[in-house]
Design a binder for this molecule. Structure first.
Ligand code: HEC
Ligand code: HEC
Length: 445
């Protein structure tokens, strides 16, 4: 029999090493920012060069191989402006424009690779900033509506549902049928490990879920890989719409910062914006040279996973049992095993990311109604939960889910619907002390 790789079994109580050898013991505000131990000297130096290009602000103009070439449109001047401390973005307060959350936009339909069709004027993403002399695209302003609810024990809670208004449009109206999808920046830890999990393992999990008859039915997204020139499994982003850290990084440079790379050599503006933009982008050279791109990718792949805390604490152990009893582990799969990798510490590791990297229908309430490849509006990729208990330290907030609408871990669970509805109800029906234990477990990750 083939060895079983992934496992839905509880992680043993003595296992603090969520990322295998790629784990680091630190629970400070810097916990998401360490390189994995034992990198070769060459990789370590690439890591720190990558960090300087990830954290430093880019500017509009400057000599080659410096952080220059920003714009014409951009959402932020650095990767860190959204992934603060290599962690996650903060959603805007009511009435404030989006900054660390970005707004994807498209019109109904797909291109031949099943990518969403960009808005004819504004493209695939709304940029709140532009270089001097060009109008910004727009502001996206958030508002929140209270949604009351009650636990079975009678305790009440209030969730908040976000809505968005696009204002200060610089280039005329949006398409009438424009589809919008807000996305908060996720934390950056352990991405190289998730990339190294063999696709066969993810397919085996999907098959197991489909066969279990409990209504949970995860699917891999199938996305266009620019380098391979074919459709492959999607792994990154809230809808698993990117196949690799490389392509996600090139996409971030291009759409979030207006920087071209070998993968995406065209500046991110549409034909309808060409007249204003071409005055600013005359030379057509690549903004981010190959070495810098590769260093930022290496940085993003080798950020270590923080070790768990309080693993033997009886409340945490009871919360872990409840996590499994409530069916959370069906999607938030505790254990995966990585395959081969060019970086030895990422290869053949038993890891505890609490994800299946699969898309699940999470119900109408969480839907963005904007399909991407095979991910429908209701579909979201199970996010990894490793490090989630440290977000409050690293990013000084506890906003969760794809748009940051949940103000706490408890609210994140209460928004679960669709395939996760029964699991959410199991949580809603727990006693207060059981709910607290489950949250203590999540906070130990
Ligand atoms: C304007 C905010 C913003 C900026 C700037 C930004 N990101 Fe992101 N990042 C996001 C969002 C939002 C997502 C989720 C995207 C999605 O759902 O498709 C993301 C996702 C990612 C992911 C995938 C993480 C995962 O768990 O799936 C990586 C890797 C990443 N970004 C790297 C970078 C790099 C490298 C840079 C700088 C070149 C950068 N990002 C700049 C907002 C940002
Ligand atoms: C059917 C699969 C499924 C089940 C079952 C499930 N989840 Fe999730 N979970 C998801 C998906 C998908 C998301 C992302 C949804 C979104 O962002 O809109 C998510 C998001 C979360 C988040 C927020 C993560 C983040 O990075 O923002 C937490 C916390 C969480 N789940 C905990 C739980 C707990 C605890 C349970 C059991 C009570 C559970 N989940 C059951 C699929 C599932």
């Amino acid at each position: 029999m083939a060895p079983q790789l992934h496992s839905s079994e509880p992680v043993p109580a003595n296992t603090e090493l969520s990322g295998g050898e790629a784990t680091v013991s630190d629970a400070s505000a810097e916990a998401f920012g360490f390189p994995i131990n034992g990198l070769s000297e060459e990789s370590r130096s690439a890591f720190f060069v990558g960090r300087s290009f990830f954290r430093g602000n880019w500017v509009v103009a400057g000599p080659p191989a410096t952080r220059a070439g920003l714009g014409p449109f951009f959402n932020a001047r650095s990767c860190s402006a959204c992934h603060g401390n290599d962690g996650r973005g903060r959603p805007p307060e009511a009435g404030q424009p989006l900054v660390e959350v970005l707004m994807r936009i498209s019109v109904p339909g797909f291109d031949p690779h099943r990518r969403p069709l960009p808005d004819p004027v504004y493209g695939g993403q709304i940029a709140g900033q532009a270089v001097p002399g060009i109008s910004r695209e727009a502001d996206v302003v958030a508002a929140y509506t209270d949604v009351p609810g009650q636990f079975s024990d009678g305790e009440s809670y209030t969730l908040r549902r976000p809505t968005y208004t696009v204002t200060n449009l610089g280039y005329g109206p949006l398409a009438k049928d424009a589809l919008l999808s807000p996305r908060a920046a996720p934390a950056m830890v352990g991405l190289g490990l998730l990339e190294a999990v063999p696709e066969s393992q993810l397919r085996a999990i999907a098959k197991e879920q489909a066969g279990s008859g409990n209504g949970i039915n995860g699917r891999l997204n199938s996305v266009w890989d620019i380098t391979a020139g074919k459709m492959v499994a999607g792994r990154f982003g809230w809808k698993a719409e990117q196949p690799s850290v490389l392509q996600q990084t090139a996409g971030a440079f291009n759409e979030d910062m207006g920087l071209t790379t070998s993968l995406l050599p065209r500046e991110s503006y549409t034909k309808n914006q060409a007249e204003v933009c071409e005055k600013k982008e005359s030379d057509g050279t690549i903004d981010v040279g190959e070495k810098i791109l590769q260093d930022v990718v290496l940085y993003s792949r080798t950020l270590a996973v923080p070790a768990r805390r309080d693993v033997q604490n009886p409340v945490v152990l009871s919360g872990q049992r409840l996590f499994h009893q409530a069916g959370c582990a069906v999607c938030h799969v505790p254990t995966l095993v990585t395959g081969s990798s060019d970086i030895p510490q990422l290869a053949n590791q038993t890891i505890h990311p609490y994800t299946d990297l699969l898309l699940h229908d999470m119900g109408d309430e969480l839907s963005d109604k904007r399909p991407v490849y095979d991910a429908g509006g209701n579909d979201w990729r199970t996010p990894p939960l490793w490090g989630i208990g440290l977000v409050s330290k690293v990013n000084k907030h506890t906003f969760f889910l794809h748009d940051g609408r949940a103000r706490s871990l408890s609210e994140a669970i209460l928004w679960h619907g669709g395939e996760a509805k029964q699991s959410r109800e199991n949580f809603r029906n727990m006693s207060k002390s059981d709910r607290d234990a489950l949250l203590a477990f999540l906070n130990s990750l």
